[in-house]
Design a protein around this ligand. Structure first.
Ligand SMILES: [Zn+2]
Ligand SMILES: [Zn+2]
Length: 183
């Protein structure tokens, strides 16, 4: 969806505050054992996000209407402020949080969602950087930029992951970029 500049960057205002509130909820007055479980749950949420990011991009944004049509606009105009409105992602996170809170203790649900949201924020930051920022040649971000550029320009059926290439490697959709081949 085409967004205003403020709408596009709203993720970076909302999610750090929300993640901080959830982490506080998870760790407030926690014993050492509960804090260890909470940190583990945050790490688990972060790891699970990588799979969600891959699955959403590959099987939803490239296949399911109306998301496919909206994502096509991003492929055609990669530098424009086209993305997921913050109200939509926040609504999905609220649904996930409330669903988790039904079967898990409150601190655990908060920690898991804090991890998922942190993954989403990292994805949003990396995706913004690869399209809108100059990045140092040879850096990790530069490689992410080349990987994503290949997805945009040469072959939209590869390099679905943006923030972490693990799932492309696992599912056989990773394609080399120019600097990979030069190595
Ligand atoms: Zn992109
Ligand atoms: Zn795509």
């Amino acid at each position: 969806m085409r967004l205003s500049k403020w709408g596009y960057y709203a993720d970076f205002a909302l999610y750090p505050v929300w993640i901080g509130a959830l982490a506080t909820r998870a760790l407030w007055h926690a014993s050492i054992a509960v804090a260890a479980i909470a940190f583990g749950a945050i790490a688990l949420g972060l790891a699970v996000w990588g799979g969600i990011e891959y699955a959403l991009h590959r099987w939803v944004l490239h296949r399911v209407e109306p998301f496919r049509r909206l994502h096509e606009r991003h492929h055609a105009h990669p530098a424009d402020f086209i993305g997921t409105p913050v109200w939509f992602s926040a609504m999905l996170f609220l649904i996930v949080w409330q669903s988790l809170a039904r079967w898990a203790p409150g601190f655990l649900a908060a920690a898991l969602v804090a991890g998922l949201m942190t993954g989403y924020l990292v994805y949003a930051a990396v995706h913004d950087a690869v399209h809108h920022r100059r990045v140092r040649a040879g850096s990790w971000l530069y490689r992410a930029k080349l990987r994503h550029a290949r997805h945009h320009q040469a072959d939209a059926r590869c390099n679905y992951a943006v923030s972490c290439s693990l799932w492309d490697r696992l599912l056989g959709t990773e394609r080399a970029t120019a600097i990979d081949r030069d190595r």
